[in-house]
Design a protein around this ligand. Sequence first.
Ligand SMILES: CC(C)(COP(=O)(O)OP(=O)(O)OC[C@H]1O[C@@H](n2cnc3c(N)ncnc32)[C@H](O)[C@@H]1OP(=O)(O)O)[C@@H](O)C(=O)NCCC(=O)NCCS
Length: 253
Amino acid sequence: MGEAWTLIRAQAQAYIADEPRLAELLEPAVLAHGSGAQALVALLVARLGGSDAPGTLLRELLAQAYAADPALYRGSERDLFAIRERDPACACLCSAFLFFKGFHALQAHRAAHWHWRAGQHFAARLLQHRAAEALGIDIHPAAVIGSAVMLDHGTGFVAGETVVIGDGVSLLHGVTLGGTGKETGDRHPRIRNGVSIGAGAVVLGNVEVGEGARIGAGSVVLSAVPAAVTAVGARARLVERAPAAAPVAWSAG
Ligand SMILES: CC(C)(COP(=O)(O)OP(=O)(O)OC[C@H]1O[C@@H](n2cnc3c(N)ncnc32)[C@H](O)[C@@H]1OP(=O)(O)O)[C@@H](O)C(=O)NCCC(=O)NCCS
């Protein structure tokens, strides 16, 4: 049993002791579960549920991934500890576990990625679709994401198919890791360990953001960022070009 789960249970019990009416939420969401993985699957089913995704199917797909690869749940614990370390607004693991949608979307992605790698692409796409619909966070199931990653707030985060994100990375809301529309194949950014990317920043193309680099909020990055530097700014300039003959393939995915 993971350390995070022990803490989450203890915090849930403390909240109930302090305010008994919270038992209505915390008993079924936390205390009724025999393991953190079980609680996480139930939580994700509730968060991702929608009219086009039967709860039984979602539960089966999520439970299958978590049962097949215990590293998925261990990864979720590392993500929770990363939130506690890096987000000054995180009061406790229990609230991050239950309420932080960036955390939920990342765990949905980890399960979707498991299905993608298992060749179950439609199931993976369903999980991606539900996370995008329900949470406003759209991560292609093929994207590779390391451990101890924080998607803070998360709303509007988009990551394309060939994105690679390392360990210890922090990504604020509204970040786009996408293609330029001019490349095919390996066409998305590689974000190395320990990088932080501020709200609304856009990183486009097959570019590397080096270890420990920081990208300021609202910046637009079109070329490599060396390790341990800070990149800021979005400079728009007019470029005279003939209009494209056909619609441009701008999708991040
Ligand atoms: C870039 C950032 C990490 C600060 O890095 P830093 O190395 O400490 O930079 P400084 O604050 O010393 O600023 C250095 C220069 O960059 C500029 N700058 C900082 N952030 C910028 C941004 N997002 N866009 C454009 N310019 C920026 C500063 O004005 C300063 O310019 P100057 O040298 O002409 O005076 C920070 O400003 C930032 O953007 N953080 C993202 C936080 C975020 O997304 N918050 C949302 C929370 S909901």
